[in-house]
Design a protein around this ligand. Structure first.
Ligand SMILES: NC(=O)c1ccc[n+]([C@@H]2O[C@H](COP(=O)([O-])OP(=O)(O)OC[C@H]3O[C@@H](n4cnc5c(N)ncnc54)[C@H](OP(=O)(O)O)[C@@H]3O)[C@@H](O)[C@H]2O)c1
Length: 268
């Protein structure tokens, strides 16, 4: 059986990418080979997606031409020791390992292999992910196109230089926790005003989702949108006066700076 797509590791993120690939026209799950250490996890994915699995990453390195590297960063060195001798310029490795630079990947996986680095986020698992893509010098435009095509099935992609990756890690990588924190604060504020807890969460969450959907659909300028909602003398304007007078924007900027600095430290 021909293997077109491979995975090193079949955890949560790998499943998100597989689910996206599975939506592509003409997708044949039998051409996917996933290496996974945990037998129960391998069986689960084989049953759910009808893909082939193996406990040995070397099987994937030998057979697949495009491989998503989806093990945790701390498992990367051990994995690389196993597969490095098998990876050639015929193989494209797409790494989603957080904080692992192309230079580090190159050292670990060898000089021949074609590399693309991706910073995804966990919304990939809800098919609303945000992935930044950075190709290594030896990856081709067709490689980038192919990776983007797969990942676009699980949300949105953007191609950026690697020097942007600490900022990307802060904004979209860690971002789900920051937006969840905002949702938590909105819901808690609603409860203080007398709303039942569950209803407050639903109101906050659906409003966050709906606002993002509307902004995406309309492409509205954010300042114009805010002023449009906040009619003078109205309820939104009363709330916005408090927000604008606060240091909310600088707290958000400091939050992103801390996450970006930490990403830079971890990447050293
Ligand atoms: N989760 C996120 O939100 C997120 C966001 C951005 C980037 N990422 C990156 O995505 C990658 C995957 O994250 P994840 O959350 O999907 O991790 P995960 O659920 O822990 O999946 C990794 C899987 O790979 C297996 N594995 C490790 N070494 C292996 C080997 N040599 N052979 C076969 N299987 C092996 C692990 O098994 P064991 O558990 O037995 O080791 C585990 O089942 C990480 O590098 C992370 O930095 C994740």
């Amino acid at each position: 059986m021909k293997t077109s797509l491979g995975f090193f590791g079949a955890g949560k993120m790998a499943e998100g990418i597989l689910a996206a690939a599975a939506c592509q026209k003409g997708f044949d799950p039998q051409t996917v080979l996933m290496a996974e250490k945990i037998p129960a996890r391998a069986q689960e994915l084989a049953k759910r997606y009808h893909v082939r699995t193996t406990p040995d990453v070397k099987d994937v390195a030998r057979a697949a031409r495009v491989i998503f590297l989806a093990v945790r960063p701390q498992d990367l060195a051990a994995l690389a020791a196993d597969v490095k001798p098998l990876l050639t310029a015929k193989t494209l490795v797409v790494s989603i390992a957080a904080g692992k630079s192309l230079a580090t990947l190159r050292k670990l996986l060898g000089t021949g292999v074609r590399l693309v680095r991706v910073m995804p986020n966990l919304a990939l698992r809800a098919r609303e992910g945000m992935c930044a893509i950075c190709p290594a010098k030896n990856a081709t435009p067709a490689d980038v196109k192919r990776v983007a095509k797969i990942l676009n099935g699980a949300g949105r992609t953007v191609v950026l230089p690697e020097k942007c990756f600490d900022a990307v890690t802060a904004l979209s990588g860690s971002g789900p926790a920051f937006f969840a924190f905002m949702e938590q604060a909105m819901a808690a504020g609603g409860v203080k005003l007398g709303l039942p807890k569950d209803a407050a969460r639903l109101l906050a969450e659906q409003t966050m989702l709906g606002t993002a959907a509307y902004l995406r659909q309309s492409g509205a300028d954010l300042e114009t949108f805010i002023s449009g909602v906040a009619t003078p003398g109205g309820t939104t304007a009363a709330g916005m006066d408090v927000l604008r007078a606060s240091d909310f924007a600088s707290v958000v900027a400091a939050t992103l700076k801390a996450a970006s600095d930490r990403s830079a430290e971890l990447g050293k």
